[in-house]
Every structure is written in C-alpha cells, then in structure tokens.
Design a protein around this ligand. Structure first.
Ligand SMILES: Nc1ncnc2c1ncn2[C@@H]1O[C@H](COP(=O)(O)OP(=O)(O)OP(=O)(O)O)[C@@H](O)[C@H]1O
Ligand SMILES: [Mg+2]
Length: 256
C-alpha cells in the first residue's frame, strides 16, 4: 500500500514549492514509484516540477457529464460509459521520467458528477496500489481530502508563512484534520519563508498555543523567487541553496 503525504496550508505560503521538492527527494531515494497528485483547482504543481500536462481529470469529468446531453456522444458505440471513463482517466496520467502526475483540475459544477466521481475514487484506489508514495498538493482547504476521492492520508504537512495568521490557519487545519477523522498518523508544521530562517517570538508563541508539531523552518530564499520570475521549475534550484537544504533536512526527519 502506498504511503500518502499531503501538503496543506493557507494560500501562497509555499505548499506547491515544498511539495515539488518532496517529490524530487522521494524520487532520489529510489524506494519505489512516486505518484504526484495536484489537487488544486488552479493547478501549477507541474510548473514547479517542469512537466507538461495534456488533460486534467476535471476536463474528463466535464466531458463525461456532458456526454449524456450531447448531440453526438463521445462514447464510441459498443463501449460502456464506465469503460470509456476508465480509459479516459488512464490517459490523464502524465508520465515523467521519475514520477507520474495526476491533475485533478476543476469542473464547472453544473452537471452531475456523482457517477464520474464514483469511478474516479475507484480508479485512484487502483492507482494507489502501484505506487510506494503518493504526494498530494492541496489548495488552501482540505476539500479533496475530505471528499474521500483520495486515499487515506498517512502524513499531513501543514505549511505556514512566518506570520501569526499563517500559523492560526495551520492550527485551524490541524483541528479540522481531527474533526474530519482523516486518520493521519503524522501531522507536522513547516514554517516557510522565515527571514534568515529564524522564527520570531510571536510566531513561536502561536505554534505552542495551537499545540502544533514544528518539523522545521525554511528560510526565505531569493533563488526561489528568481527561478519563479524566470519561469524555471522551482525544483531545479541548486542543491546547496538554503531552501533546498532546509526542506531536505525536514524530509530526513519524516518517516518515509
Ligand atoms: N522559501 C521561499 N523563498 C522564497 N520564495 C518562496 C519560498 N517558498 C515559496 N516561495 C514563492 O512563493 C510563491 C508562492 O509559493 P507556492 O506557489 O509554492 O505557494 P502555495 O502555497 O502553493 O500557493 P497557492 O495557495 O496559491 O497554491 C511562489 O512565487 C514561490 O516561488
Ligand atoms: Mg499551490
């Protein structure tokens, strides 16, 4: 069974950047195949990783939901809707050199997705058996995790910036994780973009207040910003850059 690691946190705190670096780290470990899941409707994990994506699961769900009312059905004669959906879903798996990537994408939310969502859950569960690790990049909430499309999460990394509000958001997510009974074995906090890689007293106080388990602090690193500005994949920042050193030290401490 795959070990599933999900990243969550307030908008813009660095979830996708850290997620990309975790994927790179796990690929290097060569412990087994890695599936990256982009569960953000505004998907951009592929950019951080430097891979092109043709189709998202959202596009496919949209097509299938529309098939019923379409003048010309995209489903070939003699093929069941379930078989067609499964075929399309498998096309949506992007195979990179070291990992596979599945992008959830978005749907317009107008049609009925119950049928496709059911199939998607089954399909994702099937995929899960083929991988050693599944790494999920989330949008600000925990929507995909709570909806049950994704498999059981083992580790949740809450990411925050170096602000009280960021920590408060992470604290609330930690409470939601308990309320939703997500059953994660390990929940940790990563504070990202800390000036000089140091926490200030106010932030530390907030972390204690919420009882969050601090896994590590990642410094604000201009290299990440520059790569982003130049459109270069963030995972390709040099190995000796402060951000990479810091995140890798955190990953070393996780049960992976
Ligand atoms: N340690 C860092 N130092 C400097 N810049 C960083 C660092 N971490 C992330 N960034 C930059 O911050 C911005 C937001 O990062 P990222 O997209 O990873 O956040 P996110 O939490 O995934 O955002 P969203 O909620 O929109 O998905 C990006 O421009 C990224 O390059
Ligand atoms: Mg993101």
């Amino acid at each position: 069974m795959a070990q599933t690691i999900a990243l969550a946190g307030k908008g813009g705190v660095g979830k996708t950047t850290i997620c990309g670096m975790l994927i790179e780290y796990l690929c290097e470990k060569k412990n087994g195949p890695v599936l990256a899941v982009d569960a953000d409707a505004n998907s951009n994990l592929n950019e951080v990783l430097g891979v092109e994506v043709q189709e998202t699961l959202g596009d496919i769900r949209e097509d299938i939901a529309r098939a019923e009312t379409a003048a010309v059905s995209p489903i070939p004669a003699g093929m069941t809707k379930a078989d067609y959906t499964e075929m399309r879903f498998s096309d949506a798996l992007t195979e990179a050199d070291d990992f596979d990537l599945l992008v959830m994408g978005r749907t317009q939310g107008k049609g009925c997705y119950c049928f496709v969502n059911g199939l998607l859950t089954t399909q994702v569960a099937k995929y899960a058996r083929n991988y050693r690790y599944i790494v999920v990049d989330n949008e600000a909430g925990l929507e995909h995790l709570s909806r049950g499309v994704l498999p059981q999460v083992d580790t949740i990394l809450l990411v925050s910036d170096c602000s009280r509000r960021g920590i408060q958001a992470a604290g609330r997510l930690a409470e939601m994780i308990v309320d939703l009974k997500l059953g994660a074995k390990e929940v940790g906090l990563i504070v990202n973009r800390a000036p000089n890689g140091e926490l200030n007293a106010g932030v530390r106080e907030e972390i204690d207040k919420y009882g969050l388990r601090l896994m590590g602090v990642v410094p604000h690193d201009e290299t990440v910003y520059e790569y982003d500005a130049e459109g270069k994949p963030s995972v390709t920042v040099p190995m000796d850059s402060p951000v990479k050193q810091a995140v890798r030290a955190i990953f070393d401490r996780l049960t992976l």
